[in-house]
Design a protein around this ligand. Structure first.
Ligand SMILES: Cc1ncc(COP(=O)(O)O)c(C=O)c1O
Length: 500
């Protein structure tokens, strides 16, 4: 087959196979897919290639992102996307689900084995969905099931209007106690602009203003006062470990269900960096996660739970979800298998080692690191002390090839849009192969750029960046990205796209 003569091809594959070097089958598949796409939707193919070019040329420090393997990516790109499979393995509302059954059952088993969970539900399309599934499963187990027993009827579709109203009223008053959004919690944990705050009577705990740490004794006292149905632990922007054994004790003392959202640090649990009291699965009733952050899988979510909640969690469809995404469940299975390999433990260990090296180097450069360091994969830097908003700092760094995100700090005077902080994470760069020496270099570049940036007048968004500092930073980033190529097996795809 002479691919280079095919008129509708961009030639990605032909160019890659033209030289004598043996070509990686995954790379061939990706390049052939790009060629095919180019014939159908050139602008989309070009945007995909442009994204690769961008990710290759920049240093990604976004704490919630990673680089999945080509195997994870390829598992999603096929005809499984065409299949409806509402229900769960062996119990579907559609015919022809045998292969999806096999895929989902394998993903469930891999998740249970990897995390030591009694039950897993791998259908949630995202972390937000996984949290909704968990919330509704808890309400079903703790509020709906007792009423159903009292009424002698488990099928809610058969309840009278009055009984249904009773349930709705009972649902409405349930209390959720979770980490405040402004102290590093996630918006699905009761943020006013999210559905969770409408579903529950939300109470939040914060961090100690002096230390930046969660004070578990204060959480205990609050839990005693609030008596929540759900005590929720987990975060998007908190750089320290949480003692889940103590969280369990608090939940038991007040009769709450303990739920942990480990979306950010699931990879550290899978990689056995977080064990003992740091392992949420060993202590919580339900654990939710995304699969695409430190876990390094496809975009998606999953729920792990004790057997007591399994039947309610498995009703994620029809409670919250429609049909599952079989192609994504296949990719989750691939990622869970990868995370079960010994090399993933080494990866997880290096993620934390790099984060700690980055935090120490940032402090060494004179930056203020919230809580004085990190125990996990992320750190928070206070740029307010440099006279900048997070928005200005984020934008200035991005023009120099460093991609990260601004983040509100506890009690942030600039609010959640402009913010006073930056969140830096190491999962992606660790996948790319960077180590502690590079973390020190990155801290130097970041500090140099921040010190060379100042607000433009009164604006909280516009900034001025000294050109020589920007040029120096870009050169340093180019050196590092060149030394640690991203998806090297794909070859020079970006250059080919611009030539074609
Ligand atoms: C702790 C936590 N939970 C849930 C989510 C939501 O995940 P998704 O964006 O996949 O809905 C996030 C995303 O950042 C998160 O940090």
């Amino acid at each position: 087959m002479n691919l280079s003569r095919a008129p509708r091809l961009a030639g990605y594959l032909a160019r890659a196979t033209a030289d004598a070097t043996p070509v990686d089958p995954a790379a061939v598949a990706q390049l052939a897919a790009l060629d095919h796409l180019f014939g159908h939707a050139p602008s989309i193919a070009a945007a995909i290639v442009a994204e690769l070019r961008d990710q290759r040329a920049t240093l990604k420090l976004i704490a919630s992102e990673n680089f999945s393997s080509l195997a994870v990516q390829l598992a999603q790109a096929n005809w499984l996307t065409d299949k409806y499979a509402e229900g769960f393995p062996g119990h579907r509302f559609y015919a022809g689900c045998d292969n999806v059954d096999a895929i989902e059952a394998e993903a469930v088993k891999l998740a249970c084995d990897l995390f030591g969970a009694e039950h897993a539900y791998v259908q949630p399309h995202s972390g937000a969905d996984a949290n909704l599934v968990a919330f509704l499963a808890i309400l079903a187990a703790r509020v709906e099931a007792p009423l159903a027993r009292e009424l002698g009827q488990t099928d809610v579709a058969k309840w009278s209007r009055d009984d249904w109203d009773r349930l709705r009223r009972a649902f409405g008053g349930q209390r959720l106690l979770a980490l405040d959004y402004y102290a590093g919690g996630h918006l699905t944990h009761g943020y006013r602009h999210n559905l969770s705050s409408r579903l529950f009577d939300v109470h939040t705990y914060g961090v100690d203003p002096a230390t930046g740490l969660i004070d578990l004794e204060a959480v205990r006292e609050q839990a005693m006062r609030v008596r929540p149905l759900i005590l929720l632990a987990g975060y998007s922007a908190y750089p320290r470990r949480i003692d889940f054994a103590r969280m369990r004790a608090i939940a038991d003392e007040v009769g709450a269900v303990l739920m942990v959202d480990m979306a950010h640090f699931a990879g550290l649990v899978a990689g056995k960096v977080f064990t003992g009291t740091d392992d949420p699965v060993a202590h919580a009733d339900l654990v939710t996660t995304t699969t695409h952050k430190t876990l390094r899988g496809p975009r998606g979510g999953l729920v792990l739970c004790r057997k007591a909640f399994a039947e309610h969690v498995d009703r994620g469809c029809p409670m919250i979800l429609g049909g599952p995404l079989p192609h994504v469940m296949a990719a989750k299975a691939v990622a869970l298998r990868e995370a079960s390999a010994p090399s993933f433990r080494d990866y997880a260990r290096r993620v934390v080692e790099n984060a700690q090296a980055l935090a120490a180097a940032c402090q060494g450069e004179g930056l203020h690191v919230v809580t004085g360091g990190t125990d996990n994969h992320l750190l928070l830097v206070d740029v307010g002390r440099l006279g900048l908003t997070g928005r200005q700092a984020e934008a200035a760094l991005r023009t120099c090839g460093i991609t990260l995100n601004r983040n509100a700090l506890p009690g942030d005077p600039q609010g959640p849009w402009y913010t006073s902080g930056l969140r830096l994470g190491t999962p992606a760069l660790t996948t790319r192969g960077l180590g502690v020496a590079e973390m020190a270099a990155i801290a130097r570049v970041v500090t140099r750029v921040l010190r060379a940036t100042r607000p433009d007048g009164d604006s909280r968004a516009k900034y001025l960046l000294a050109p020589e500092a920007a040029a120096g930073a870009r050169a340093a980033v180019a050196e590092m990205t060149g030394a640690f190529p991203l998806y090297p097996e794909l070859g020079d795809v970006a250059a080919e796209s611009s030539n074609s």
